[in-house]
Design a protein around this ligand. Structure first.
Ligand code: PA5
Length: 461
C-alpha cells in the first residue's frame, strides 16, 4: 500500500541558509518535548483519533446509502464550516472534476451548499426545479442552531411542503447532528427524520471521518473503507516517539520553529486540482484550532500562524512574485502527486515554432516540472519549502492526509500551549447575526450592534 511522505530538506539551513533555515539542533531541541506530547496525546486519545476504528458507524452509513441508492438523482448537503469543508474536499479529491456533468456517474449529483448567498441558492433551486422528488437533502449541524444552515433547512422544508404535498419530509431529509442535544435533533425527532451523528467530543473541523463526511462520500461512491484504512495507517505512524520518524510531530515542529522565527504565514500549495479543496479544509483546521488569544494558563499571546491556500500552477501567475521577493514571513507546503490517475499528451505540431519543445510530453510532466521549478525558485530566494508527496490520489492516501493534518494540529496546539479544540471568537459574530435576524434571546446585543449600521457619512467616499 502506498504511503504519503513528508519531505523537509528544503526547510533546512543547508537549503535556504542559516538566517532562514532550521538547523538539526533546532529540531533536536524540541525532540524531548514532542516525545512527551506524543505520550500525552496517546493518553488523551481524543475522540477524533478513534473515528477510523468506528466500524458500527461505517456500517450504518453503508446501510443507509444502500437503502436510498438509486432513489435520488441529487444529493444536497446543507452545512457550513466543519459541517461542509470535508465533504467538499473529499468530493473534489476523489471523484471526477466534472462529476456533476457526467451522464454516467456512480451516484447522485452532489451540491454542497456552504453559504447563504441568495443568488447561488436561488440558482440551485432553479436547477432542482422539476427534480425535487428525486433530491435528498443532508442537513449537517453539530450544534443544530447555526443560522446559515437553519435558514437553508427552512427554505427546503417550506419548498418540499408546498411543491410535494404528498411527500414526507422524512423521506427526503437526513439530519446529521449531535446524538442527544440541540434544536436539529429535536426537529429530527419530531419530524421523524432519518439521522446520522456528529460524535460527542468531535468538533466540526475534526469530523470529516465521521458520518459528517462519510455519508455524502459513500453516496457518491467514494471508497470510505479505504479512506479509513488510510487514516488508520497514518495513526500508526503518528504514534512514533522519534520526532524524525513521526510526520505529524515533524510537520508541527517545523511550523513551530518557523513561527518562532516570525514566519507566521503558512502557505499550502497543491500541484493538483483534485487536492485544492483539501487546502480549504486545512485552512479552517489550522486557523480555528490555533488562532487563540490566550495560552491554557491564561497568558495573553494572540497565537496562530495564518494558513493561506494557493494553487499550482495557477497561482504561480498571481502570487509567486510576492512569495519570492516579499517579506520573509512565509513557509510553504507543496502537495505533489507522483502518478496522476489520467494524463494528456501535448500535441506535436510541426509549425509550432518555439512552442514545439513541449510537444510529445505530458501534462503530468509539465505539472510536476512547474512544482519543481517553483520550489527551486523559492529556495533560491531562501524561502523554506516542505512537500507532502502523494504516490497517487486515492481514498487511502487522502485518508492518510486528513489524519496527518488533524494530528499535526494537535501537536501544534500543544507546542503553542493553547486550547486547540474550541473556537470562542467565532461566537460573537454568530450571536450578532442572530440578534440582527430577530432571535428573541439575542435582542440585548442589538443596541451594541446598531451603531455600526448607521454609516458615518464623513467616512463614506
Ligand atoms: O469547526 C467548527 O466547529 C465550526 O466550523 C463548525 O463546524 C461550524 O461553525 C458549523 O457548526 P455546526 O456544525 O454546529 O452548524
Amino acid at each position: 500500500m502506498s504511503n504519503i511522505q513528508l519531505y523537509y530538506k528544503n526547510t533546512t539551513q543547508d537549503a535556504v541558509g542559516s538566517e532562514h533555515g532550521i538547523r538539526p539542533e533546532d529540531l533536536d531541541s524540541l525532540a524531548d518535548r514532542l516525545a512527551e506530547i506524543t505520550d500525552r496525546l496517546a493518553v488523551q486519545r481524543l475522540p477524533y483519533r478513534q473515528l477510523p476504528y468506528q466500524q458500527a458507524m461505517v456500517e450504518e452509513v453503508k446501510r443507509l446509502t444502500e437503502q436510498i441508492r438509486g432513489r435520488f438523482d441529487n444529493l444536497v448537503v446543507l452545512g457550513i464550516g466543519g459541517s461542509a469543508l470535508g465533504n467538499i474536499a473529499l468530493q473534489t479529491a476523489l471523484n471526477d472534476p466534472f462529476y456533476n456533468l457526467r451522464q454516467r456517474r456512480n451516484g447522485p449529483r452532489l451540491f454542497v451548499m456552504d453559504n447563504v448567498d441568495p443568488v447561488q441558492f436561488a440558482s440551485l433551486l432553479d436547477i432542482l426545479d422539476g427534480q425535487l422528488d428525486r433530491t435528498c437533502f443532508n442537513v449537517i449541524s453539530k450544534s443544530g442552531q447555526t443560522a446559515e444552515t437553519a435558514a437553508q433547512l427552512l427554505i427546503v422544508w417550506d419548498l418540499l411542503r408546498r411543491r410535494l404535498p404528498l411527500a414526507h419530509l422524512a423521506d427526503q431529509v437526513i439530519a446529521t447532528t449531535s446524538p442527544d442535544s440541540g434544536v436539529l435533533r429535536q426537529v429530527a425527532t419530531e419530524q421523524n427524520l432519518r439521522t446520522l451523528e456528529v460524535p460527542p467530543g468531535v468538533g466540526g473541523r475534526f469530523s470529516v471521518l465521521s458520518q459528517v463526511g462519510l455519508f455524502s462520500a459513500a453516496m457518491c461512491n467514494i471508497d470510505i473503507d479505504q479512506l479509513l484504512l488510510g487514516a488508520r495507517a497514518m495513526d500508526e505512524r503518528v504514534k512514533e516517539k522519534n520526532l524524525r520518524q513521526n510526520p505529524a510531530a515533524l510537520y508541527a515542529a517545523i511550523q513551530y520553529l518557523f513561527y518562532q522565527k516570525k514566519k507566521n504565514l503558512s502557505v499550502m500549495m497543491p500541484y493538483s486540482y483534485q487536492l485544492k479543496d483539501l487546502c480549504d479544509w486545512y485552512r479552517q483546521l489550522w486557523a480555528e484550532s490555533l488562532g487563540k488569544e490566550k495560552t491554557r494558563d491564561g497568558q495573553v499571546v494572540h497565537a496562530g500562524p495564518t494558513p493561506i491556500k494557493a494553487l499550482g500552477a495557477t497561482d504561480q501567475h498571481s502570487q509567486v512574485q510576492l512569495y519570492r521577493e516579499g517579506p520573509h514571513d512565509k513557509v510553504f507546503t507543496f502537495l505533489e502527486v507522483e502518478h496522476f490517475a489520467r494524463d494528456v499528451v501535448i500535441g506535436q505540431e510541426e509549425n509550432a515554432g518555439a512552442l514545439a519543445y513541449l510537444g510529445g510530453q505530458s501534462l503530468a510532466a509539465l505539472m510536476n516540472s512547474e512544482k519543481l521549478a517553483t520550489e527551486y525558485a523559492l529556495v533560491q530566494s531562501q524561502r523554506p519549502c516542505l512537500t507532502v508527496l502523494f504516490p497517487e490520489i486515492s481514498a487511502y492516501t487522502v485518508g492518510q492526509f486528513l489524519y496527518l493534518f488533524e494530528v499535526a494540529t494537535s501537536y501544534m496546539g500543544e507546542l503553542l500551549n493553547i486550547e486547540a479544540y474550541d473556537q470562542p471568537a467565532v461566537e460573537l459574530g454568530k450571536d450578532a447575526t442572530r440578534a440582527l435576524m430577530g432571535h428573541p434571546e439575542y435582542q440585548e446585543l442589538l443596541k451594541n450592534i446598531l451603531p455600526y449600521r448607521d454609516r458615518d457619512e464623513d467616512y463614506l467616499v
